[in-house]
Design a binder for this molecule. Structure first.
Ligand SMILES: [Fe+2]
Length: 199
């Protein structure tokens, strides 16, 4: 599983690479301001504490267990965004391949059924949050709607793919039309990354 450092990671492509589905201006705000703020907030929260040397993954679990909203939210939002940028690729889209294609077929019946269920989950999630594809301990794929900063990591599940459906993810490019953003996701989704995340 992907390990995230307590720093703003470099994007895996240039900021204009996903235009027009996600524009450079959205990256300037979503990555350059929102994600950067989570990193800066988290660094300030753990500074001079025993968590300063902990992994981001461990900080998420501590914040969750201790009901420390500021710690959990900033650590999880940093992790989720770092993971999310990798779920997208200018060479993505098309049909899933390899093991992920097999598991989607096994657990959802067909790629079309999976796509419809994931899209509906993303569109219907009320307020801010993330649509996740995760893998359980027993290896099954699940689609999970999760509010705010929540992540399958605190449920002991392995994140495979995610789609950010906070308004800040799409408002510049699509205004209130979340569905258009979700439709665009399928044209840039990184199946190679999904395959690498499988257990
Ligand atoms: Fe976001």
């Amino acid at each position: 599983m992907m390990k995230i450092d307590l720093a703003l990671p470099a994007l895996p492509y240039i900021k204009s690479a996903l235009t027009p589905i996600i524009t450079e201006e959205t990256f300037d705000y979503h990555y350059g301001k929102h994600h950067a703020a989570y990193v800066n907030n988290l660094a300030a929260l753990v500074k001079d504490s025993p968590l300063a040397t902990a992994s981001v993954e461990d900080i998420i679990q501590v914040g969750f267990k201790e009901n420390n909203a500021a710690l959990f939210n900033n650590a999880a939002q940093h992790w989720n965004h770092s993971f999310f940028w990798n779920c997208l690729s200018p060479n993505g889209g098309k049909m899933p391949n390899g093991k992920i294609a097999e598991l989607i077929h096994r657990d959802f019946g067909s790629f079309e059924k999976f796509k419809e269920q994931f899209s509906t989950t993303a569109v219907k999630l009320f307020g801010s949050g993330w649509a996740w594809l995760a893998q359980t301990d027993s290896g099954n794929l699940e689609i999970l709607p999760m509010k705010d900063a929540h992540t399958p990591l605190t449920e002991g599940k392995t994140p495979i793919l995610t789609l950010d459906v906070w308004e800040h993810a799409y408002y510049i490019d699509y205004r209130n039309a979340r569905l258009k953003f979700v439709e665009g996701f399928w044209e840039i989704v990184n199946w190679d990354f999904a395959n690498r995340n499988l257990k």
